[in-house]
Design a protein around this ligand. Structure first.
Ligand code: BTN
Length: 238
């Protein structure tokens, strides 16, 4: 991984997008100490003070747009795998959150460039809370967010970066064939399945329980009206 290191940036995803547009090769990465405009999924802000890990990695998978959900699952599996090198019980929550004690320890923002069915590139933006920030979090995050420190595992950003690089490299081509089947099964083995959520894709909301992943990496929800595969959206606590 060719890592470009920065102190303060607006957003590592944004910086890497500019580099991708200028022709940066696959496996280029941006690591920052803090972000002033850290982005979360669905237009949310990602609280990004110094002391946590903010990393974006440029990937150029040979896949079509319909297969993109696989990349999000693969990256979250790679992050989970890197973090669990220290003995700790972490869970995956669809689409790509890493949880400890039911709270978010790491979040991933997948962005990229597509045209029609073609995927030009994917940016995997990874935010991992390393420090215990309970005294500093904005009010709305206190009940939802946690950190490695709170979970009792201690990483410096540099140590974790080494593990992440190894783990993402190990998983990044697992979007096809037997490797994809294995990655999907592994993701399922670490996921949270045992509860109902409100599924929200921005246009509709419905209650459902995640029960499986399809072979394309869509989430299967058990709803009142039967099983329903969903590609995008979020699961909100009931
Ligand atoms: C989410 O769970 O909402 C996704 C959070 C993703 C945050 C990371 S931090 C590094 C990269 N740069 C950003 O602006 N966002 C991602």
């Amino acid at each position: 991984m060719n890592v470009h290191r920065f102190g303060t940036v607006s957003s590592t995803n944004e910086l890497l997008r500019e580099m991708a547009e200028e022709g940066a090769p696959e496996w280029t990465a941006v690591l920052a100490e803090e972000q002033t405009e850290g982005r979360g999924r669905r237009g949310r802000v990602w609280y990004s003070p110094p002391g946590n890990l903010y990393l974006s990695v440029l990937l150029k998978p040979d896949i079509s747009v319909v297969e993109l959900p696989r990349m999000s699952l693969i990256v979250s599996l790679a992050v989970h795998c890197a973090l669990r090198q220290r003995d700790v019980s972490l869970r995956l929550k669809w689409p790509n959150d890493v949880l400890w004690d039911g709270r978010k320890l790491a979040g991933i923002l997948m962005e990229g460039k597509t045209k029609g069915e073609t995927v030009h590139y994917v940016i995997a933006g990874i935010g991992i809370n390393l420090r215990d920030l309970r005294g500093e979090y904005p009010e709305e995050l206190i009940a939802k967010a946690t950190s490695c420190e709170e979970a009792g595992i201690h990483w410096s950003p540099e140590e974790l970066l080494v593990n992440l690089e190894r783990s993402i490299d190990h998983h990044r081509l697992s979007y096809r064939g037997a490797a994809w089947k294995e990655a999907r099964d592994e993701w399922c083995a670490h996921a949270l399945w045992d509860r109902d959520y409100i599924y929200d894709d921005g246009t509709r909301q419905m209650r459902g329980r995640p029960v499986d992943l399809t072979s394309d990496g869509y989430l299967v929800l058990q709803t009142e009206s039967g099983r329903m595969p969903v590609q995008t959206g979020e699961l909100v606590e009931v």
